[in-house]
Design a protein. Structure first.
Length: 141
């Protein structure tokens, strides 16, 4: 949604949600209706969906890491936050990690210009329309 907002304002953000989040939510709702827990034959489908979901999440984590933590200091923020969240799994730990990472970023990255981040994020928008159409078509096939 953030990329949609950067590219098209509020309308772009809404369209990004409609194009990304809504199809996933509808897909999950349909599967939950069709394959209620405990029915025979659902184990294979659910196992396959979990495997695909894990692969998609792993790819998203990798891509976000390379784009949002390109230097050592931001990589350190990510690693410390991840380790803390794994060692102390609670919502308070996640909130504290966000607050402390924001404060550390403010202290250690305040000399960096905002334009650096904006220019780097604009590089993501240079994907071709044909590629996007391919991926959305593959999603529905």
């Amino acid at each position: 949604m953030a990329i949609g907002y950067l590219r098209g304002g509020i309308a772009g953000s809404i369209l990004a949600w409609l194009g990304f989040t809504l199809p996933s939510a509808l897909f999950l709702a349909i599967f939950s209706i069709l394959f209620k827990g405990g029915q025979e034959g659902t184990e294979g489908w659910l196992s396959g969906l979990k495997t695909v979901a894990a692969a998609v999440v792993a790819l998203a984590v990798y891509e976000m890491w390379t784009k949002l933590a390109p230097d050592k200091i931001r990589t350190a923020f990510v690693i410390v936050s991840a380790v803390a969240s794994l060692l102390f799994p609670s919502i308070q730990t996640q909130i504290l990690a966000i607050i402390l990472s924001g404060a550390a970023g403010f202290l250690f990255l305040k000399d960096r210009k905002i334009e650096e981040s904006v220019n780097r994020s604009q590089g993501m928008s240079k994907q071709s329309s044909k590629r996007g159409l391919f991926y959305i078509s593959a999603f529905f096939i």
